[in-house]
Ligand binder design. Structure first.
Ligand SMILES: [Zn+2]
Length: 271
């Protein structure tokens, strides 16, 4: 198997994976969505809330605020040796929020949340949490813990994780001067016309919708859109909780662990 990086930013990773198959790609996708842990606020102790929003709505909004996660420094609650419902410093981070509208109506942003661990903070300080009118107050203590996306979407480290086949486009050899329907119809602008000949402008943008082939008045169409059966383009967009590379490496580690567990159980049956 071979991996080639197409695009890499703080929150987005796009790679070409060669010599793979659909079950593997789909397993990695599903694990990235549902099994790779990240931090999220799980419990909120409301000290004062004179805003117009109920405590539950404020707590829900806090839960959905993505937090930067340090996977190596914290344990999953079920794996922590404390086995306590409330957690210990190894499986819980305490965050506080103390906001008041003294001058007039104002918005409270995620940047006002204070964390006991400066590494575990909201990924952005510009997420609006609540609007307070003059003299309203919101004071609370919140506890963040590691969790998995399959329990609640707030523990999903990716906003998007998807793969597609690597496209293969064969353009007509002859000139197609009077008709440019395939070029015009493509929503991703994959094709272009050069010297009256249809050519590929941006191959990787193709999502194999086949609109160009359908639009061609010639049947069968000289334009062919196919895909490589064992090559994929994988795109991971992180919420900012973890780097997309870490999400991918964690997903492969978890898949390996699941297979090991499975193997052990199969061995147990054989004995
Ligand atoms: Zn613990």
């Amino acid at each position: 198997m071979k991996i080639e990086i197409l695009e890499k930013t703080d929150t987005n990773l796009r790679v070409i994976v060669r010599d793979a198959d659909v079950p593997l790609m789909n397993a990695l996708r599903r694990i990235a969505l549902a099994e790779v842990p990240c931090m999220a606020i799980e419990e909120v102790v409301m000290i004062e809330n004179s805003s117009i929003l109920q405590d539950e709505i404020v707590a829900h909004r806090l839960g959905l605020t993505p937090l930067k996660t340090d996977l190596d420094a914290y344990n999953l609650p079920e794996e922590c040796k404390c086995q306590s419902e409330f957690g210990c410093p190894e499986c819980r981070v305490t965050l506080t929020l103390d906001a008041e509208a003294k001058e007039g109506t104002r918005t409270v942003y995620s940047g006002e949340i204070v964390s006991e661990n400066p590494e575990i903070i909201p990924v952005s300080d510009k997420i609006p949490l609540i609007k307070l009118a003059k003299n309203q107050k919101l004071k609370l203590e919140a506890y963040a813990r590691l969790g998995r996306g399959k329990t609640h979407a707030k523990w999903q480290p990716v906003s998007m994780c998807a793969y597609k086949y690597y496209p293969q486009i064969t353009t007509p050899k002859k000139k197609c001067e009077d008709c440019q329907k395939c070029v015009e119809i493509c929503p991703k602008k994959v094709l272009k016309i050069e010297d009256g000949k249809v050519d590929v402008r941006d191959l990787l943008a193709c999502n194999l919708c086949m609109d160009c082939v359908d639009a061609c008045p010639q049947k069968p169409s000289p334009l062919k859109v196919e895909w490589e059966k064992d090559t994929f383009i994988l795109n991971i967009e992180s919420t900012g909780a973890l780097s997309p590379e870490r999400v991918l490496s964690e997903a492969t580690r978890i898949l390996g662990k699941q297979l090991e567990d499975f193997e052990e159980q199969v061995k147990a049956i054989q004995q």
